[in-house]
Every structure is written in structure tokens, then in C-alpha cells.
Design a protein around this ligand. Structure first.
Ligand SMILES: [Ca+2]
Length: 285
């Protein structure tokens, strides 16, 4: 509906033939305003490093992030994972990979969409499109993690809380794990390595919805996810490579056609946003 209205406005004006701003695949009943500082079609020759940080600090994974594994080609962002032995903080590491994270001030609520094709290697790598921010008092995350090692067709729609004032006394189930770690495994009829698909997260004060190719695959009430977050695309490692270093199958790449982020022009009423934690589906405490 929104795209139709844009068309009409352009037609009535009689001269504006600029391309219509892209809209999310779903939630067309609302008007969405593209947020250019978080959005990228990846059409340039090199990554826009004023928009994206591709040199993010390593975390305690069994790989290192390296900007050299990021490239743009044919309108696509390509993130590479390679087998490359090196040392980090006195520890031997066997892989390098890539991630990009938005540099703009963090964003709270909106519609987040990425069109991507996962890497050919399976099992062992995890292409992901997600939102997160780690601050002293609060650390939350919403994401799509793809090709988890069990099943190549499994897309994981996750909602995590690692740190939150309302959960100050709650212990994580495992060390350094989230205090709330809620997964939903959605199994596609297609292989995500073979074609591009669109992964979307619609996040507002009341509810979070995850979409794949415009199909709603998960929704949940929003009790905890009110922290402004950064947008990240990353290429992580999974078993068997996190357990045993193996070089076969590397390098491997995953491709992203675009990342698009919108804010709603008319956010829904905020009434009822602060709900009690539902008991089902969580592992907390
Ligand atoms: Ca593109």
C-alpha cells in the first residue's frame, strides 16, 4: 500500500521519476522511512567505512575479525572466512573472518532487513544478521543466525538479554551466557546456500517479529528489548572447526545484497509495552 501511495504522488507530480525508496517486504500498512546511515546497497567498489566499522575488536571466539576479509563486488558485500594460523594474546588461533557494524548512533525500534545468501560450507560457519549493544548496565541482542551446525535449513531467530537492570539478580544458565536466551528454530524448504533470501526483524516497543522472505516466522512480546542497538552482519565459526582446526573447505564466503533499516513514520501506541515475563520458551535463572 505504501509503495502504491509513493507511486501516485510521483505520478501526480508528473515529473519525478526518481526510484521509489525501498520498503520492507512486510508491514506495508505503515509508512517506513529509510535510515540511510544504517542502510547500504553495497554498490560501491569498497565498503563505506564511514558507515560501517569492519575492524571491530575480537571477542573470545576461535577466530579473529580482519578487515581484509571484507570486499564489495558486483553490488554485493562479501565476507570471507579463511584458515590462517596466527597468534592473539598468546593464544593460537586458526581462522580469520569478517563482520561489519554500523557506526551511527545506536537505533531503537524499526524495521531491519538484509538480503543475503549464506556460504557454501556446511557445517561449521554461521552467517548472521543481528542487532546488539554491550553497555555497562545493559546488553541485549536480536538476531538471525543461519546454518547452525545441526541443519543447513535451520534459521535461528533469537532474542537475548545478557545484562539488564530488571534481571540484576538472575544468573545465566551457563557461564557468560545470556540471562534470557530464547531461540526459535525455523526450517526452510530451501537451501540458504543456493539463493538470496530476505531476513527481516520488525521491532517496536510492544512486539518483535522475525520474517523470512516476507513470511512471519516468529513473534514475541517485547519485555526487555528497549536498548538502542547497533546493526551487524557477521560470519562466525561453529563446530566442528571451533573444536578442531581443519583447513578443508576454506576460504568460504557469504554474500549480502543489501542491509536496509527503516523507522516507522507513525509508531504504534506505546500502551501496554511493559509486560511481565512470560514463563514459556525462556531459559533464565
Ligand atoms: Ca546490492
Amino acid at each position: 500500500m505504501t509503495a502504491f501511495l509513493w507511486c501516485c504522488c510521483a505520478a501526480l507530480g508528473g515529473k519525478d521519476d526518481t526510484p521509489l525508496p525501498p520498503q520492507p517486504l512486510t508491514a506495508q500498512g505503515q509508512k517506513w522511512i529509510l535510515q540511510s546511515e544504517f542502510s547500504d546497497e553495497f554498490r560501491g567498489a569498497v565498503l563505506d567505512r564511514e558507515k560501517w566499522d569492519d575492524d571491530i575488536a575480537d571477542w573470545s571466539g576461535t577466530w579473529s575479525w580482519e578487515p581484509g576479509n571484507v570486499r564489495l563486488e558486483g553490488g554485493l558485500l562479501k565476507l570471507r572466512m579463511q584458515y590462517r594460523e596466527h597468534e592473539r594474546a598468546g593464544r593460537k588461533i586458526f581462522y580469520t573472518s569478517a563482520a561489519i557494524r554500523s557506526r551511527a548512533p545506536a537505533i531503537r525500534y524499526g524495521y531491519f532487513e538484509a538480503r543475503l545468501k549464506t556460504a557454501p560450507l556446511f557445517p561449521g560457519v554461521c552467517p548472521a544478521f543481528w542487532l546488539f549493544r554491550n553497555e555497562p548496565d545493559i546488553w541485549t541482542e536480536l538476531d538471525f543466525e543461519l546454518m547452525q551446525s545441526k541443519n543447513v535449513r535451520q534459521a535461528q531467530a533469537n532474542a537475548f538479554v545478557f545484562r539488564h537492570p530488571k534481571l540484576a539478580g538472575v544468573q545465566a544458565k551457563r557461564e557468560n551466557g545470556p540471562k534470557i536466551g530464547e531461540h526459535l528454530d525455523w526450517e526452510s524448504s530451501w537451501d540458504p546456500r543456493e539463493a538470496f533470501h530476505v531476513y527481516g526483524i520488525e521491532w517496536d516497543k510492544q512486539e518483535i517479529k522475525w520474517y523470512i522472505d516476507g513470511e512471519l516466522v516468529r513473534s514475541r512480546p517485547n519485555e526487555f528489548w528497549h536498548q538502542a542497538l547497533a546493526v551487524i552482519v557477521s560470519f562466525g565459526l561453529r563446530p566442528p572447526y571451533t573444536v578442531k582446526p581443519l583447513s578443508e573447505g576454506f576460504p568460504t564466503e557469504f554474500e549480502v545484497d543489501y542491509v536496509r533499516v527503516w523507522k516507522s513514520a507513525a509508531p504504534r501506541s506505546t500502551a501496554g509495552a511493559e509486560r511481565k515475563v512470560a514463563g514459556d520458551g525462556f531459559w533464565a535463572g
